[in-house]
Design a protein around this ligand. Structure first.
Ligand code: XIL
Length: 351
Protein backbone atom coordinates (compact mmCIF):
# COMPACT_ATOMS: atom_id res chain seq x y z
CA UNK A 1 0.00 0.00 0.00
CA UNK A 2 2.80 2.42 0.82
CA UNK A 3 4.28 1.70 -2.61
CA UNK A 4 1.39 3.47 -4.25
CA UNK A 5 2.37 6.72 -2.59
CA UNK A 6 6.15 6.32 -2.91
CA UNK A 7 5.94 5.49 -6.60
CA UNK A 8 3.63 8.31 -7.55
CA UNK A 9 5.68 10.81 -5.63
CA UNK A 10 8.86 9.42 -7.12
CA UNK A 11 7.52 10.17 -10.58
CA UNK A 12 7.17 13.80 -9.66
CA UNK A 13 10.81 14.06 -8.60
CA UNK A 14 11.61 16.14 -11.64
CA UNK A 15 9.14 18.76 -10.49
CA UNK A 16 10.55 18.97 -6.99
CA UNK A 17 12.80 21.77 -5.85
CA UNK A 18 14.67 22.39 -2.63
CA UNK A 19 13.41 25.34 -0.64
CA UNK A 20 14.97 27.75 1.83
CA UNK A 21 15.56 27.33 5.55
CA UNK A 22 12.80 26.97 8.08
CA UNK A 23 13.58 29.92 10.35
CA UNK A 24 11.19 31.48 12.83
CA UNK A 25 10.17 30.36 16.28
CA UNK A 26 6.87 28.83 17.31
CA UNK A 27 4.18 31.40 17.84
CA UNK A 28 1.23 30.88 20.14
CA UNK A 29 -1.53 28.84 18.55
CA UNK A 30 -4.10 31.35 17.39
CA UNK A 31 -6.62 29.25 15.46
CA UNK A 32 -10.10 29.30 16.99
CA UNK A 33 -11.65 26.14 18.38
CA UNK A 34 -15.00 26.72 16.75
CA UNK A 35 -16.42 23.92 14.64
CA UNK A 36 -16.77 24.98 11.04
CA UNK A 37 -13.71 27.17 11.28
CA UNK A 38 -13.31 29.14 8.08
CA UNK A 39 -10.72 31.84 7.63
CA UNK A 40 -12.29 35.23 7.35
CA UNK A 41 -9.10 36.88 6.17
CA UNK A 42 -5.77 35.85 4.76
CA UNK A 43 -4.22 37.13 8.00
CA UNK A 44 -5.89 34.45 10.06
CA UNK A 45 -3.80 31.28 10.35
CA UNK A 46 -5.17 27.99 9.01
CA UNK A 47 -6.32 25.64 11.73
CA UNK A 48 -4.00 22.80 12.71
CA UNK A 49 -5.38 19.25 12.85
CA UNK A 50 -3.97 15.79 13.57
CA UNK A 51 -4.82 12.23 12.63
CA UNK A 52 -5.08 10.20 15.82
CA UNK A 53 -5.95 6.61 16.47
CA UNK A 54 -7.92 4.94 19.18
CA UNK A 55 -5.08 2.70 20.36
CA UNK A 56 -2.76 5.67 20.89
CA UNK A 57 -5.49 7.68 22.60
CA UNK A 58 -6.13 4.86 25.03
CA UNK A 59 -2.63 3.54 25.62
CA UNK A 60 0.06 6.08 24.71
CA UNK A 61 -0.34 7.95 27.96
CA UNK A 62 -0.65 11.56 29.06
CA UNK A 63 2.13 13.00 26.90
CA UNK A 64 0.33 11.96 23.72
CA UNK A 65 -2.97 13.46 24.86
CA UNK A 66 -1.30 16.60 26.19
CA UNK A 67 0.58 17.18 22.93
CA UNK A 68 -2.64 16.74 21.00
CA UNK A 69 -4.68 19.06 23.20
CA UNK A 70 -1.97 21.71 23.56
CA UNK A 71 -1.18 22.07 19.87
CA UNK A 72 -3.97 20.78 17.66
CA UNK A 73 -7.53 22.00 17.06
CA UNK A 74 -9.17 19.21 15.02
CA UNK A 75 -9.03 15.45 14.69
CA UNK A 76 -9.11 12.87 11.91
CA UNK A 77 -9.53 9.23 12.98
CA UNK A 78 -6.59 7.51 11.28
CA UNK A 79 -8.29 4.25 10.28
CA UNK A 80 -11.33 3.67 12.48
CA UNK A 81 -13.76 4.98 9.86
CA UNK A 82 -12.57 2.82 6.98
CA UNK A 83 -15.29 0.60 5.53
CA UNK A 84 -13.49 -2.59 6.54
CA UNK A 85 -13.57 -1.32 10.13
CA UNK A 86 -17.14 -0.02 10.18
CA UNK A 87 -18.96 -2.76 8.23
CA UNK A 88 -16.72 -5.85 8.43
CA UNK A 89 -19.59 -8.10 7.43
CA UNK A 90 -22.76 -7.15 5.64
CA UNK A 91 -25.20 -5.28 7.84
CA UNK A 92 -23.03 -5.58 10.98
CA UNK A 93 -21.80 -2.10 11.85
CA UNK A 94 -19.00 -1.77 14.41
CA UNK A 95 -18.73 1.83 15.54
CA UNK A 96 -17.09 1.41 18.96
CA UNK A 97 -13.52 2.53 18.16
CA UNK A 98 -14.61 5.41 15.94
CA UNK A 99 -17.20 6.43 18.52
CA UNK A 100 -14.49 6.69 21.20
CA UNK A 101 -12.46 9.10 19.05
CA UNK A 102 -15.50 11.18 18.15
CA UNK A 103 -16.56 11.36 21.82
CA UNK A 104 -13.05 12.49 22.77
CA UNK A 105 -13.07 15.16 20.06
CA UNK A 106 -16.57 16.38 20.89
CA UNK A 107 -15.65 16.52 24.59
CA UNK A 108 -12.71 18.76 23.72
CA UNK A 109 -14.62 20.85 21.17
CA UNK A 110 -12.41 19.66 18.35
CA UNK A 111 -14.10 19.27 14.97
CA UNK A 112 -13.79 15.83 13.35
CA UNK A 113 -12.90 14.99 9.75
CA UNK A 114 -14.54 11.68 8.90
CA UNK A 115 -12.14 9.58 6.83
CA UNK A 116 -13.18 8.00 4.50
CA UNK A 117 -16.48 6.84 2.99
CA UNK A 118 -15.45 5.51 -0.44
CA UNK A 119 -11.93 4.33 -1.21
CA UNK A 120 -10.38 1.57 -3.32
CA UNK A 121 -8.49 0.38 -0.22
CA UNK A 122 -9.78 -0.97 3.07
CA UNK A 123 -12.85 -2.38 1.36
CA UNK A 124 -14.15 -5.40 3.33
CA UNK A 125 -13.81 -8.82 1.73
CA UNK A 126 -17.57 -9.34 1.53
CA UNK A 127 -17.71 -6.39 -0.88
CA UNK A 128 -14.56 -7.28 -2.82
CA UNK A 129 -15.60 -10.88 -3.34
CA UNK A 130 -19.31 -10.33 -3.98
CA UNK A 131 -20.69 -11.00 -7.43
CA UNK A 132 -22.61 -7.71 -7.74
CA UNK A 133 -24.84 -6.19 -10.33
CA UNK A 134 -24.59 -2.44 -10.56
CA UNK A 135 -27.90 -1.96 -8.76
CA UNK A 136 -26.87 -4.31 -5.95
CA UNK A 137 -23.55 -2.57 -5.32
CA UNK A 138 -25.20 0.86 -5.44
CA UNK A 139 -27.53 -0.42 -2.78
CA UNK A 140 -24.60 -1.62 -0.64
CA UNK A 141 -22.85 1.75 -0.92
CA UNK A 142 -26.02 3.75 -0.37
CA UNK A 143 -26.83 1.79 2.79
CA UNK A 144 -23.25 2.13 4.03
CA UNK A 145 -23.00 5.90 3.48
CA UNK A 146 -26.48 6.56 4.86
CA UNK A 147 -25.88 4.48 7.99
CA UNK A 148 -22.45 5.92 8.77
CA UNK A 149 -23.16 9.58 8.02
CA UNK A 150 -26.47 9.43 9.92
CA UNK A 151 -24.74 7.81 12.89
CA UNK A 152 -22.36 10.78 13.11
CA UNK A 153 -24.78 13.54 12.14
CA UNK A 154 -23.99 16.62 14.23
CA UNK A 155 -20.80 15.01 15.55
CA UNK A 156 -18.59 14.85 12.47
CA UNK A 157 -18.43 18.17 10.69
CA UNK A 158 -16.85 17.03 7.47
CA UNK A 159 -16.27 13.86 5.49
CA UNK A 160 -13.74 12.67 2.99
CA UNK A 161 -16.52 11.24 0.85
CA UNK A 162 -14.31 9.93 -1.95
CA UNK A 163 -10.64 9.17 -1.39
CA UNK A 164 -7.96 8.83 -4.08
CA UNK A 165 -10.20 8.40 -7.16
CA UNK A 166 -7.44 9.21 -9.67
CA UNK A 167 -4.33 7.65 -11.12
CA UNK A 168 -1.08 9.56 -11.58
CA UNK A 169 -1.75 9.80 -15.34
CA UNK A 170 -5.11 11.43 -14.66
CA UNK A 171 -7.31 8.41 -15.39
CA UNK A 172 -9.88 7.04 -12.96
CA UNK A 173 -8.39 4.59 -10.47
CA UNK A 174 -9.76 1.06 -10.75
CA UNK A 175 -11.75 -0.08 -7.77
CA UNK A 176 -14.71 -2.29 -7.13
CA UNK A 177 -16.82 0.91 -7.11
CA UNK A 178 -15.48 2.19 -10.41
CA UNK A 179 -15.69 -1.21 -12.08
CA UNK A 180 -19.20 -2.19 -11.04
CA UNK A 181 -20.99 1.15 -10.61
CA UNK A 182 -18.92 3.19 -13.06
CA UNK A 183 -17.23 6.60 -12.70
CA UNK A 184 -20.42 8.22 -11.44
CA UNK A 185 -19.98 6.37 -8.14
CA UNK A 186 -18.25 9.64 -7.18
CA UNK A 187 -21.27 11.88 -7.55
CA UNK A 188 -23.67 9.29 -6.17
CA UNK A 189 -21.55 9.10 -3.01
CA UNK A 190 -21.69 12.88 -2.55
CA UNK A 191 -25.45 12.97 -3.06
CA UNK A 192 -26.07 10.16 -0.59
CA UNK A 193 -23.76 11.68 2.02
CA UNK A 194 -25.47 15.05 1.64
CA UNK A 195 -28.90 13.49 2.02
CA UNK A 196 -27.80 11.81 5.27
CA UNK A 197 -26.35 15.02 6.77
CA UNK A 198 -27.09 18.19 4.82
CA UNK A 199 -24.91 20.29 7.09
CA UNK A 200 -21.74 18.20 6.81
CA UNK A 201 -19.00 19.59 4.57
CA UNK A 202 -18.15 17.01 1.93
CA UNK A 203 -14.65 16.54 0.56
CA UNK A 204 -12.92 14.82 -2.26
CA UNK A 205 -9.46 13.83 -0.96
CA UNK A 206 -6.49 13.01 -3.18
CA UNK A 207 -2.75 12.34 -2.90
CA UNK A 208 0.03 13.39 -5.24
CA UNK A 209 -2.02 16.32 -6.62
CA UNK A 210 0.13 19.01 -5.04
CA UNK A 211 1.95 19.62 -8.31
CA UNK A 212 0.72 21.15 -11.54
CA UNK A 213 0.75 17.90 -13.50
CA UNK A 214 -1.70 15.52 -15.25
CA UNK A 215 -3.15 14.20 -12.00
CA UNK A 216 -3.74 17.68 -10.62
CA UNK A 217 -5.34 18.75 -13.90
CA UNK A 218 -7.58 15.69 -13.89
CA UNK A 219 -8.59 16.46 -10.31
CA UNK A 220 -9.47 19.99 -11.32
CA UNK A 221 -11.57 18.69 -14.23
CA UNK A 222 -13.32 16.17 -12.01
CA UNK A 223 -14.13 18.73 -9.30
CA UNK A 224 -15.15 21.40 -11.84
CA UNK A 225 -17.56 18.89 -13.39
CA UNK A 226 -19.07 18.07 -10.01
CA UNK A 227 -19.54 21.78 -9.30
CA UNK A 228 -21.09 22.37 -12.72
CA UNK A 229 -23.58 19.57 -12.10
CA UNK A 230 -24.41 20.93 -8.62
CA UNK A 231 -23.11 17.85 -6.86
CA UNK A 232 -22.89 18.79 -3.14
CA UNK A 233 -19.10 18.91 -2.81
CA UNK A 234 -17.80 21.43 -0.28
CA UNK A 235 -14.07 20.92 -0.28
CA UNK A 236 -10.94 19.39 -1.74
CA UNK A 237 -8.30 17.71 0.41
CA UNK A 238 -4.65 17.56 -0.62
CA UNK A 239 -3.05 14.74 1.34
CA UNK A 240 0.58 15.90 1.04
CA UNK A 241 2.42 12.68 1.81
CA UNK A 242 5.80 14.09 0.81
CA UNK A 243 9.42 12.98 0.59
CA UNK A 244 12.64 14.91 1.18
CA UNK A 245 13.38 14.71 -2.53
CA UNK A 246 9.80 14.96 -3.80
CA UNK A 247 7.83 17.95 -2.62
CA UNK A 248 6.22 20.88 -4.41
CA UNK A 249 7.86 24.29 -4.52
CA UNK A 250 5.84 26.89 -2.64
CA UNK A 251 4.84 28.85 -5.75
CA UNK A 252 3.55 25.70 -7.44
CA UNK A 253 1.52 24.47 -4.47
CA UNK A 254 0.13 27.96 -3.87
CA UNK A 255 -0.85 28.10 -7.55
CA UNK A 256 -2.64 24.77 -7.32
CA UNK A 257 -4.55 25.90 -4.22
CA UNK A 258 -5.49 29.22 -5.87
CA UNK A 259 -6.82 27.38 -8.91
CA UNK A 260 -9.13 25.23 -6.76
CA UNK A 261 -10.10 28.21 -4.60
CA UNK A 262 -11.51 29.69 -7.79
CA UNK A 263 -14.17 26.96 -7.72
CA UNK A 264 -15.50 28.40 -4.48
CA UNK A 265 -14.51 25.40 -2.36
CA UNK A 266 -12.86 25.03 1.01
CA UNK A 267 -9.38 23.53 0.75
CA UNK A 268 -7.35 21.63 3.29
CA UNK A 269 -4.03 19.89 3.54
CA UNK A 270 -5.33 16.66 5.02
CA UNK A 271 -2.53 14.15 5.67
CA UNK A 272 0.79 15.99 5.82
CA UNK A 273 3.90 13.98 6.60
CA UNK A 274 7.43 13.90 5.20
CA UNK A 275 9.36 10.70 4.64
CA UNK A 276 12.78 11.80 5.88
CA UNK A 277 14.95 8.70 5.79
CA UNK A 278 18.28 8.85 3.96
CA UNK A 279 22.03 8.78 4.26
CA UNK A 280 22.78 12.46 4.87
CA UNK A 281 23.19 13.66 8.45
CA UNK A 282 20.16 13.61 10.68
CA UNK A 283 20.50 17.33 11.37
CA UNK A 284 20.42 18.08 7.67
CA UNK A 285 17.46 15.82 7.00
CA UNK A 286 15.52 17.37 9.87
CA UNK A 287 16.29 20.87 8.55
CA UNK A 288 15.07 19.88 5.08
CA UNK A 289 11.98 18.33 6.55
CA UNK A 290 11.31 21.54 8.47
CA UNK A 291 11.63 23.51 5.28
CA UNK A 292 9.03 21.30 3.58
CA UNK A 293 6.63 21.66 6.50
CA UNK A 294 7.07 25.41 6.33
CA UNK A 295 6.52 25.48 2.58
CA UNK A 296 3.29 23.48 2.74
CA UNK A 297 1.93 25.49 5.68
CA UNK A 298 2.85 28.80 4.06
CA UNK A 299 1.19 27.77 0.79
CA UNK A 300 -2.04 27.05 2.66
CA UNK A 301 -1.74 30.26 4.68
CA UNK A 302 -1.35 32.26 1.47
CA UNK A 303 -4.73 31.15 0.09
CA UNK A 304 -7.70 32.20 2.20
CA UNK A 305 -9.84 29.24 1.12
CA UNK A 306 -7.23 26.89 2.63
CA UNK A 307 -8.63 26.56 6.12
CA UNK A 308 -6.74 23.73 7.76
CA UNK A 309 -3.52 21.73 7.76
CA UNK A 310 -3.75 18.24 9.26
CA UNK A 311 -0.62 16.20 9.99
CA UNK A 312 -0.96 12.43 9.57
CA UNK A 313 -0.10 11.69 13.17
CA UNK A 314 1.71 13.68 15.84
CA UNK A 315 4.79 11.80 16.92
CA UNK A 316 7.43 9.76 15.09
CA UNK A 317 6.62 7.05 17.64
CA UNK A 318 3.36 6.27 15.78
CA UNK A 319 3.27 6.67 12.02
CA UNK A 320 2.15 4.51 9.11
CA UNK A 321 5.49 4.97 7.31
CA UNK A 322 7.66 3.88 10.21
CA UNK A 323 9.50 5.62 13.02
CA UNK A 324 12.82 5.49 11.12
CA UNK A 325 11.41 7.91 8.53
CA UNK A 326 10.79 10.53 11.22
CA UNK A 327 7.91 12.06 9.27
CA UNK A 328 6.05 14.03 11.95
CA UNK A 329 6.44 17.29 13.95
CA UNK A 330 7.21 15.67 17.34
CA UNK A 331 9.92 13.10 18.04
CA UNK A 332 9.44 9.80 19.84
CA UNK A 333 9.82 11.63 23.18
CA UNK A 334 7.22 14.22 22.19
CA UNK A 335 9.84 16.92 21.82
CA UNK A 336 9.09 19.51 19.13
CA UNK A 337 11.30 18.91 16.08
CA UNK A 338 12.50 21.51 13.58
CA UNK A 339 9.49 20.36 11.52
CA UNK A 340 7.19 21.69 14.24
CA UNK A 341 8.83 25.14 14.16
CA UNK A 342 8.72 25.13 10.37
CA UNK A 343 5.03 24.25 10.45
CA UNK A 344 4.24 26.99 12.98
CA UNK A 345 6.26 29.57 11.10
CA UNK A 346 4.55 28.69 7.82
CA UNK A 347 1.04 28.77 9.29
CA UNK A 348 1.45 32.27 10.63
CA UNK A 349 0.53 34.53 7.74
CA UNK A 350 2.77 37.48 7.08
CA UNK A 351 1.62 41.10 7.21
C1 XIL B 1 -2.76 4.95 6.23
C2 XIL B 1 -3.09 4.85 7.69
O1 XIL B 1 -2.16 5.58 8.43
C3 XIL B 1 -3.33 3.47 8.10
O2 XIL B 1 -3.57 3.39 9.47
C4 XIL B 1 -4.49 3.02 7.27
O3 XIL B 1 -5.06 1.85 7.71
C5 XIL B 1 -4.14 2.99 5.80
O4 XIL B 1 -3.07 3.82 5.45
N1 XIL B 1 -3.93 7.88 2.27
C6 XIL B 1 -5.01 7.86 3.09
C7 XIL B 1 -4.87 7.31 4.46
O5 XIL B 1 -6.06 8.39 2.75
O6 XIL B 1 -6.03 6.67 4.89
C8 XIL B 1 -3.69 6.38 4.55
O7 XIL B 1 -3.54 6.03 5.88
C9 XIL B 1 -2.46 7.02 4.00
C10 XIL B 1 -2.62 7.36 2.57
Amino acid sequence: MFGKYALSLGLTLAAAAVFGGCGGAASAASAPHAAGFTRTSAREAPQLGAAVNDVMLRTAGPRYVRTLLDHYRSITPEYEMEMSQLEPSRGRFTFAAADRIVAFANRHHMPVRGHTLVWDEMVPNWVLHGDWTRAQLENVLHTYITTVVSHYRGKVEEWDVVNEPLLQNGGMRQSVWERVIGPDYVELAFKWAHAADPSARLFLNEFGAEWNDPKERALFQLVSGLRARHVPIGGVGFQAHLLLDAHPPQAELTGVLRQFAGLGLRLEVTELDVRAGGSTSLARRMAEEASIYKTVAASCAAVRACARVTTWGITDAATWIGTANRPLPFDTHYRAKPAWYGLRAGLTPRG
